[in-house]
Design a protein. Structure first.
Length: 446
């Protein structure tokens, strides 16, 4: 191999999927529910129906064959922090998680942005709250707002970068994603951000993946610290931390097959959107790195001039499994596929044979200001060093104009749902739920 080829190969390995030829695969979207505002999470119940959480604070119930049941399962609108109605917001009702023994104990966990709590600094925006509720056993299905038990809270300096995704692992622990605190400039800078960045500071819950045990309490704490958490003794770090160095982790899902890996999509600043497999104690780099690159906190749109390999304690930084370019940092680059990653699920269903074991996810809107997201499939790599190849999904049929991709869901059979908003704000009536199905369009030449 000559010098140029060696350099190109090194560059390709560094840049990950973006330099590999992405293929376009056909899918179709079947409309399952509409009339929502901004659906952010979808949780299948044991009976096949699904809870759909709308960002504006309302939980609805989708019938197993599609369509919403009458009425609201839960209304938290008066417990949320103030929302920007009709314009863009990242606050609100963010995620639901069913307790692993939900069928017998009816316990459900909810994350939302609440008004700033009394103990938070006066100039902070809101408090990210994880609460438990009880789901009634009668019909119609209802969650009593009075059953709320606040489990965990994190104060947020700004309205954005909340994270706020929650999920139970195969270990029955509750995992929580928390963003870096946000701010007008990004870059993990501003009010509530420490100089090294919240991502690299182990004394804040911001910019972390957390793990707690909600099956017990400890003193005044409404949860326990699992003894196998990497910083369980709390000496060098907050004991809830499972992994760190994330920016705005907008998905938190376990593979229901394979090694049961925990997948997190981390929204980038201006250059790279990334998918990570989260390991215990891992440092995912933010704000030292973005994607496979370093990161320039003063000029985030520019290519960085250095590539840090270690965190502040000398620990190796963990690479993402795949990345794609953001047009904010790669203007007019045809490989710049989107501006804000929306994480999804590893596919383990039956309908989409060609996606088996691959990670299905998307981008919120493709380009700024256009409510038309994108759907991707990251193809599982055969070895840990090679990034997963990213293919784009070409949506055919009536679901073609699906809107902004806000989130994904998975049913009991492992089929995947796309949650969309036909506007970039909280405009009533634009939110929809779609099921990903095989391409219905005839193949070329037929
Ligand atoms: Ca990273």
């Amino acid at each position: 191999m000559n010098k140029t080829l060696v350099a190109l190969a090194a560059c390709a390995a560094l840049m990950g999927s973006a330099l590999q030829a992405a293929e376009s695969v056909g899918i179709s979207l079947r409309l399952m529910a509409e009339g929502l505002v901004s659906p952010l999470s979808f949780n299948a119940l044991p009976d096949g129906r699904a809870l759909v959480a709308d960002q504006v604070g309302i939980v609805r119930l989708m019938k197993s064959g599609g369509g919403l049941e009458e009425g609201e399962v839960l209304n938290l609108t008066n417990r949320l922090s103030k929302l920007n109605r009709n314009s863009f917001d990242e606050r609100g009702l963010l995620c639901l998680a069913l307790h692993p023994q939900f069928a017998s104990n009816r316990r459900i966990f909810v994350s939302y942005t609440a008004p700033r709590r009394d103990s938070a600094p006066a100039d902070y925006d809101c408090t990210l709250r994880i609460s438990e509720f009880k789901v009634g056993s009668g019909e119609p299905l209802r969650i009593d707002p009075a059953s709320e038990r606040i489990v965990f809270e994190v104060d947020k300096p700004y309205f954005n970068h909340n994270g706020g995704r929650i999920v139970f692992g195969p270990d029955s622990r509750l995992y929580i994603s928390v963003g870096d605190g946000g701010g007008p400039k990004g870059c993990d800078l501003g009010n509530g951000h420490v100089p090294e960045g919240n991502g690299q500071n182990l004394r804040t819950h911001l910019a972390k993946i957390l793990r707690i045990d909600v099956d017990g309490t400890s003193g005044t704490q409404a949860y326990r610290i699992p003894s196998d958490n990497p910083f369980a003794d709390g000496k060098d770090a907050l004991p809830e931390i499972w992994a760190y160095g994330v920016r705005n982790p907008w998905s938190l899902t376990f593979d229901r097959g394979g090694n049961r890996d925990l997948f997190v999509a981390d929204i980038g600043q201006m250059r790279w959107e990334e998918v990570n497999i989260i390991r215990k104690g891992g440092n995912y780099g933010w704000p030292l790195r973005e994607g496979f690159e370093g990161f320039n906190r003063e000029h985030p749109e520019q290519a960085p001039t250095s590539l840090p390999e270690k965190g502040l304690r000398g620990e190796a930084l963990v690479d993402p499994i795949t990345t794609y370019k953001n047009p904010s940092g790669f203007r007019k680059d045809p490989e710049a596929l989107g501006i804000s990653i929306t994480g999804g699920y590893v596919y383990r269903g039956k309908a989409l044979k060609a996606f088996q074991g691959d990670y299905v996810f998307g981008d919120w809107s493709g380009t700024q200001g256009t409510p038309q997201g994108r759907i991707f499939v990251a193809r599982r790599s055969t070895d840990a060093k090679t990034p997963w190849r990213m293919d784009t999904a070409r949506v055919n049929g009536p679901g073609k104009m699906f809107g902004c991709v806000c989130g994904f869901g998975e049913d009991n059979d492992g089929e995947i749902y796309v949650l969309t908003n036909g506007s970039t704000g909280l405009t009533p009536g634009r939110g929809k739920v779609w099921r990903i199905e095989p391409d219905t369009a005839p193949a070329a030449g037929q």
